[in-house]
Design a protein around this ligand. Structure first.
Ligand code: IMP
Ligand code: MG
Length: 174
């Protein structure tokens, strides 16, 4: 059965926002290099688009975590499926995430990363659902605050589908 998907943020709106965030990061990291950590799988599209718009030197690493299974609600358990390839010692780390919901995934990851001696750790997310927060996380760069709706596209999935949509859409559950 086809799911109904309503456009929440168009491709143009998302592109424009990423351009803005890229410019801010380039300014904030002047004279430094950014070590981007993409949180797979959802963060992949945002990470690539953002990286192209950052003018200071960029390196990248990838971490894969899962907290949801096939459900649309957080289980509160964060499982590391793939750890980083490189150490973080002395690096200016920028975590890049698709969406922050309860905040559990990120507060857990930030704690792990801080123990690896980075010079700094900042967090960048394309989407934020602040209403849903159960764990406090400081987000340094936010694309859009969105209402408490289940969204897909631009890396975000529903049962592994719709990651490739070039916009952010709301799944209208029957
Ligand atoms: P948190 O630990 O509750 O903050 O969950 C964050 C993760 O849940 C994100 O990285 C997404 O993978 C997933 N997630 C949260 N909300 C949505 C949504 O609306 N659509 C798709 N995935 C979501
Ligand atoms: Mg994610």
């Amino acid at each position: 059965m086809e799911d109904k998907i309503r456009v929440l943020l168009s491709e143009e709106e998302v592109d424009k926002k990423i351009e803005e965030i890229g410019a801010r990061i380039s300014k904030d990291y002047q004279g430094k290099a950014v070590h981007m950590i993409c949180i797979l799988k959802g963060g992949i599209f945002f990470t690539c688009e953002l990286a192209k718009r950052i003018s200071v030197p960029v390196s990248m690493d990838f971490m894969s975590v899962s907290s949801y299974g096939a459900d649309t609600k957080s289980s509160g358990v964060v499982k590391i499926i793939k750890d980083l390839d490189e150490p973080l010692d002395g690096k200016d780390v920028l975590i890049v995430e698709d969406i922050i919901d309860s905040g559990r995934t990120l507060s857990y990851l930030i704690e792990i990363f801080k123990k690896r001696n980075p010079k700094s750790v900042r967090l960048c997310t394309l989407l934020d659902k602040p209403e849903r927060r159960v764990t406090d996380v400081k987000v340094d760069y936010v694309g859009f605050n969105i209402p408490d709706k289940f969204v897909v596209g631009y890396g975000l999935d529903y049962n592994q589908k719709y990651r490739n949509l070039p916009y952010i859409g709301v799944v209208e559950f029957e």
